[in-house]
Design a protein around this ligand. Structure first.
Ligand code: GDP
Ligand code: GDP
Length: 436
């Protein structure tokens, strides 16, 4: 099931960034009194009750010297294109302004659910002042205070209520959905085309399409695949042309809809900071991951070159230790045939369930080999382990005291599970729970 995407929109200074930080729970973007300050991060994962979602702060999208109105329009456009639900923020201390009406006009035209939040309602007496905002036409306005953290629960209840209908659109279970991510020019479009040619898929004319992403189904060795291509979104507007920073926003929804994410790097130009960020997003999403080194034709290819490139990748992406690496060339099709089998393997591991009794044998053997840690004279006791979920495989270890399961011992257990069951290509999660 993919996580829903929520975007925050509104004119400058209404408190978008403050609310983004509140909802994300960390101060990851800078709030200043100056409107239009540069934000570090425009998207992050957030959680309400037990529901996780992705949150976009459209206020962080800046277009240099463009007039304010153009910027606001572009930001609203991003929200409409990328988000499942939009939070429209206005300022309760200033009433409705012409700029608010401008944003509202753009949002009307979308078919996306919009939740209207009236910010800076810092005390209950001010609640009367929200009624004028009904006239914006988005139903009941929610009074909130970003700085005091008030009213956010009711607003989020409303936001989350829209998710259920979305999750009806879950992927067909037997089909493997995959997408390609990477910075501009690594060869995403070329690789999509190469795969479709190799699998002899006849693609109908897609010019001028307005859809978010183009899904192309194909079959190989009795297995159904769908390749999710986001390249078609490029010609939308200024923001999508605006290179690096937004390549991840473009890919966000595709990642969420994927079972397997192919993260591309460029053999010719090497690994740069941007690649690490993008790979990090793939990892965070909990999807199966394959690292594809494209443009391998530009390297005098031998075993040694491959080894040395692999070392570089492992050093740059330590969090993707589980991901297999495929070297290929979308241009010459060299080694292209090695890719789809890896996609299948990663997907199978992502959905794999292991038997509880074998799992417990593996854990007990692990404990015998490397005794559990102690703290303040108290030793960790592992009573029972079970797999509670797939996509990604998730394990719960019942213990006498969860505090005693340190990161290093958890890593050790993860490695033992991986050695025993071979979860190549997929992250796995381990949680400790107290058993009374
Ligand atoms: P953005 O431009 O829409 O992202 O707005 P910011 O989050 O940068 O906030 C603009 C200003 O409004 C900052 O000075 C915030 O401290 C202030 N602000 C944000 N939320 C609230 C609120 O709930 N109450 C009050 N009184 N001020 C707020
Ligand atoms: P995207 O922006 O990630 O979709 O990248 P493109 O698919 O548009 O490719 C960017 C450039 O890299 C184009 O000029 C391609 O011809 C070139 N390119 C793509 N794949 C390869 C490859 O395997 N080898 C070489 N030498 N060039 C490639």
């Amino acid at each position: 099931m993919r996580k829903s995407i929520v975007a925050i929109v509104g004119r400058p200074n209404v408190g978008k960034s403050t609310i983004f930080n509140r909802l994300v729970g960390e101060r990851i973007s800078i709030v200043e009194d100056t409107p239009g300050v540069t934000r570090d991060r425009i998207y992050a994962q957030a959680e309400w009750l037990t529901t996780q979602f992705n949150l976009i702060d459209t206020g962080g999208i800046e277009l240099g010297d463009e007039p304010l109105l153009v910027q606001m329009r572009e930001q609203a456009d991003v929200a409409i294109n990328e988000a499942d639900v939009i939070i429209f923020i206005v300022n309760g201390r200033e009433g409705i302004t012409a700029a608010d009406e401008e944003v509202a006009k753009i949002l009307y035209k979308s078919n996306k659910p919009v939740v209207l939040a009236v910010n800076k309602v810092d005390n209950p007496e001010m609640r009367e002042e929200i009624y004028e905002f009904y006239s914006l036409g988005f139903g009941e306005p929610f009074p909130i205070s970003g700085t005091h953290g008030l009213g956010l629960g009711d607003m989020l209840d409303k936001v989350v209520s829209y998710f259920e209908t979305l999750n009806d659109q879950i992927n067909d279970n037997d089909t493997i959905y995959f997408s390609l991510i990477g910075r501009p020019n690594v060869g995403k479009s070329s690789l999509v085309n190469a795969i479709l040619q190799q699998e002899r898929v006849i693609v109908s004319d897609i010019a001028g399409t307005t859809r978010d992403a183009i899904d192309t189904p194909f079959k190989k060795d009795q297995q159904d695949y769908v390749i999710i291509d986001t390249a078609g979104m490029r010609k939308r507007g200024k923001i999508y042309e605006a290179t690096e920073r937004y390549s991840i926003l473009r890919a966000l929804k595709a990642i969420e809809r994927s079972d397997v994410v192919l993260t591309l790097v460029d053999a010719e130009s090497g690994i740069i900071e941007q690649d690490k960020k993008i790979a990090g997003y793939a990892h965070e999403a909990g999807k199966a991951v394959i690292i594809v080194v494209n443009k391998w034709d530009t390297i005098a290819s031998d075993e040694k070159a491959m080894k040395s490139f692999e070392e570089k990748i492992r050093a740059h992406f330590p969090f993707l230790e589980y991901a297999n690496i495929v070297f290929l060339s979308a241009l010459t099709k060299k080694r292209l045939h090695t890719l789809i089998p890896q996609v299948r393997l990663a997907s199978e591991n992502h959905t794999k369930r292991v038997e509880t009794n074998i799992l417990n044998d593996v854990i007990m053997d692990a404990v015998a080999m490397n005794p559990t840690p102690t703290r303040h004279g108290k030793r960790l006791k592992i009573l029972y382990t079970t797999q509670v979920a797939v996509q990604p495989p998730t394990f719960v270890v019942f213990v006498n005291d969860p505090e005693l399961l340190h990161f290093s011992y958890e890593r050790f257990l993860e490695n033992r599970i991986r050695d025993a069951f071979g979860f190549e290509g997929t992250p796995i999660k381990i949680y400790a729970r107290r058993r009374s």
